[in-house]
Design a protein around this ligand. Structure first.
Ligand code: BES
Ligand code: MN
Ligand code: ZN
Length: 493
């Protein structure tokens, strides 16, 4: 998709599809009024007669007869004006792009971005437009033997802004384009099945990103390297599978060498059967998404690379499968982590924290400004927060507040949970330094407590994305979250 900005009026647009915002219950928007004048009052008549009510998500495609620079008008419902906020804008844009994709129209000019959605400026609206475009254009086709729909003609999108907003809109558009692509990469990796998207496959994807880019440098450690580093916790998880584990380190240098990087650590369990503590069969297929933390890291790297962002970033992906077998780790086994701490593995299904703790220890060598890990870590997080907000746990109030703010702005929100010392008690073990589980109570918090023991001297935050990284139901699939949150944090946080 080619994106452009226009400061021209609606009737001046040489385009195939002129997208015009309509509020439910009025008033008519400036763009509709202008188009209505050259269309002989037909738009106002349709809206007055309530043939088109402007409900959020409704669209109506109309021919533009006569000698006009635009061929079609797409009326797009935005809901009541008093409710028009970023969410409504997203909904309306999504409907508009969905309707456009069903046509053979190549070029569209969108005037929804001219409307002042609450909590947005021109840059934000442009960014949202590009993000929503990528989300509505995403289809998972990699594993389908035949196309289910014809490839759409849509190829050029112009968004409207005011005369003094062009630079801001262009910047927002570029960000949204990059973030949307990064998010789609994360969606795609999440959706790919465990037999394709293996640890080696993730390493290949990292290689593809790094190739030919001087700012990106890739290192992939194999199990022998991990053994040398003493990553006993990570290795205990991969013990039950023949599929080789990979430890992926992707460095991006876009700022001065002495500027401390942010380190992102993404959980990369490419399939989580639970190990010897085997999961029950229902919905076990969804455990292919257990590498969505890793997918987020690669999605963010993709977006940062596309933008050529002036920042330093390290992505670390510990990746393996968690399967049962005769060589698998058993409940009661005690392992030694890279940090030297011993862990009693009471439940082999609490494997995410075991691969993350060694990655968090490894992360320290980069002397990071902050470490943020991203993981589909606990079912308890789904119970606590559902699928709207990701869980946030942190040992730094400042870092937590910055992430909270970034999440709100990016419409990719989080909710902070505590990691007070009393919760640490639940990890007590009679036989090792501590256990890998803390019982049923406060499962998301005790997982955070476990991780906090490996980041004591660091600015660290943990995002539990078990609920937000994928959707169920007819839209089943990866969401690409929290790529928007992390990009907001990295670019403006
Ligand atoms: N990958 C799962 C967490 C998960 C569960 C994500 C459901 C998305 C949906 C994780 O490895 C896991 O199995 N966690 C256990 C921890 C428990 C054994 C302490 C869980 O949440 O049940
Ligand atoms: Mn598990
Ligand atoms: Zn898991």
């Amino acid at each position: 998709m080619r994106f452009h900005v226009t400061t021209g009026g609606a009737t001046a647009q040489r385009t195939d599809c002129l997208m015009l915002p309509v509020y439910q219950g009025g008033p008519l928007t400036a763009a509709v009024k202008a188009a209505d004048r050259v269309l002989g009052g037909t738009l106002a008549a349709l809206i007055d007669s309530e043939d088109f009510r402007g409900k959020a998500g409704d669209t109506l495609l109309l021919p533009a007869a006569g000698d006009l620079p635009f061929r079609r008008v797409l009326l797009v419902g935005c809901g009541p004006r008093k409710d028009f906020d970023r969410q409504q804008l997203r909904k309306a844009l999504s409907a508009a792009f969905g309707a456009w994709r069903k046509t053979r129209l190549k070029r569209a000019a969108c005037f929804l971005t001219l409307e002042r959605a609450r909590g947005s400026d021109a840059a934000r609206r442009a960014r949202i437009a590009a993000e929503v475009w990528h989300a509505s254009a995403y289809r998972f086709t990699a594993m389908k033997s035949a196309d289910e729909e014809p490839s759409p003609a849509a190829s050029e999108l112009t968004i409207a802004c005011r005369g003094n907003e062009a630079a801001a809109a262009r910047r927002g558009l570029a960000q949204g384009d990059a973030i949307g692509q990064g998010q789609n990469l994360a969606r795609e990796l999440g959706n790919l099945p465990g037999n394709i998207c293996t640890p080696s496959y993730l390493a290949q994807q990292a290689r593809r990103l790094a190739r030919g880019d001087r700012r990106l440098q890739l290192q992939v450690l194999d199990e022998a390297d991990m053994r040398k580093l003493g990553m006993g916790a990570l290795l205990s998880v991969t013990a039950g599978t023949k599929e080789p584990a990979k430890f992926i380190v992707l460095r991006y240098r876009g700022a001065a060498q002495n500027k401390a990087p942010v380190v992102l650590v993404g959980k990369g369990i490419t399939f989580d059967a639970g190990g010897i503590s085997l999961k029950p069969p229902p919905q076990m297929d969804e455990m292919k998404y257990d590498m969505c933390g890793a997918a987020t890291v690669l999605g963010v790297m993709q977006a940062v690379k596309l933008l050529g962002a002036k920042l330093n970033l390290v992505g670390i992906i510990p990746s393996c499968e968690n399967l049962p077998s005769g060589t698998a780790t058993k409940p009661g086994d005690i392992v030694t982590s890279m940090a030297g701490k011993t862990i009693e593995i009471l439940n082999t299904d609490a494997e995410g924290r075991l691969i993350l703790c060694d990655a968090l220890t490894y992360a320290k060598r980069f002397k990071p400004a902050a470490i943020i890990d991203i993981a589909t870590l606990t079912g308890a997080c789904l119970i606590a927060l559902g699928r709207y907000r990701s869980g946030l746990l942190a040992n730094s109030d400042r870092l937590a507040r910055r992430l909270e703010k970034a999440g709100e702005l990016a419409d990719d929100p989080v909710w902070r949970l505590p990691i007070d010392p009393p919760y640490q008690e639940q990890l007590k073990s009679n036989f090792a330094d501590f256990a890998n589980v803390g019982g049923r109570d406060a499962g998301t918090i005790t997982a955070g407590c476990f991780l906090s023991r490996f980041t004591e001297d660091q600015q660290w935050a943990h995002l539990d994305i078990a609920g937000t990284a994928w959707q169920q139901g007819p839209q089943k699939g990866g969401t690409g979250r929290p790529v928007p949150l992390l990009m907001e944090f990295l670019l403006n946080g």
